[in-house]
Design a protein around this ligand. Sequence first.
Ligand code: DSN
Length: 422
Amino acid sequence: MTTFWGPDFEELRALDPEVADGLLTELDRQRSKLQLIASENFASPAVLAAQGSVLTNKYAEGYPGRRYYGGCGEAVDPIEQLAIDRAKALFGAEHANVQPHSGASANLAAFLAVLEPGDPILAMSLPHGGHLSHGMKLNLSGRWFDVASYGVREDTHLIDMDEVRAKALAHRPKLIIAGWSAYQHHLDFAAFRAIADEVGAVLLCDASHFVGLVAGGAHPSPVPYCDIVTFTTHKALRGPRGAMILCKEEWAKEIDRAVFPGSQGGPLEHVIAAKAVALKEADTPEFRAYAQRIVDDASALADGLVERGYRVISGGTETHLLLADVTTKGATGAEAEARCDAAGIVLNKNAIPFDPLPPAKASGIRVGTPCVATQGMGTGEMATVADLIDRAITGTDDDRTAVRGEVGELVGRFPVYPRPTD
Ligand code: DSN
């Protein structure tokens, strides 16, 4: 039996102490601060082992059984096939492509499969919570397609499906995108499907943010309703950095061609192996409990901030994140982000719907619970987290020093990547 041969940190430290020091600094940052960025997570040691493996050495342009390089039959083909089969089984999908390097790359491939330059598309606007690859004017999607966007209602901060339908009837998009980066509620996939059918559009869901919740049964699935579903694998799904595409069988050939050779070359087989591991981890009762904990934590955190006088956008959350207006607390989003960071709390400034401030300042913060739920923190800890955030934003430098100490104590009770002494 061959024994595993993988990353040797001492060798790295001897060869390149600057990079080694950087890795240790990052490990310490992840361990010692409170990680509340909604799109981040802590990949498991098994995922990290697969990603840091000799598969990085292998070229494998093509697909299992149909490669443009020799040497793929022994390991690369079976591992990629395993990832494909696990993705199809976990999400009940007809077809899976596990090669996209990122969410933007997955969306690009979906566009290539469906659209021609200049075609009309309809997607959620970036300032209301959409993603830049959904038609933002500086992004390829905004430069190459004729984009109309829908948003949220000013009174409820919820997507108004009547508005989506009216925009679709007026714009006649060839592609409708359902999906977001900063929205707190379930999308009405059935309504999106009906609108797409009414105007003859293809329906794409970018499920990057919530696909981990879908995998764990804590969020409705877009798969039965959508022609194509793209998603990143490193958010709540807790896999390696990368992405996947699921689609109906009728789109399978177009999607595969659009990924390779349409928009990518050699697949990252070490990352694909790590995706396979993450999919196996996600297909367990432990992961289902984890997904529910993420949602429960986010809801408890929203309640905690509301109790402390914050305006939580739409009043609460059904997902893993919330948006809170911090301007009533005497800070812009950028200032709140900096003050929290000084107190050991990592989150990001975020535009809120109808934000009067520019995105670099923003009126809000986005707070997510995938990381703290991985650490095992529950709703009881979220009251403490809300208090720490509030004191970091509204307090003095001395208060932030005190909060930093309490953050250290809290994360010390829920260690991530534990030290031998933890
Ligand atoms: N940048 C990611 C996020 O933080 O939401 C989406 O790509």
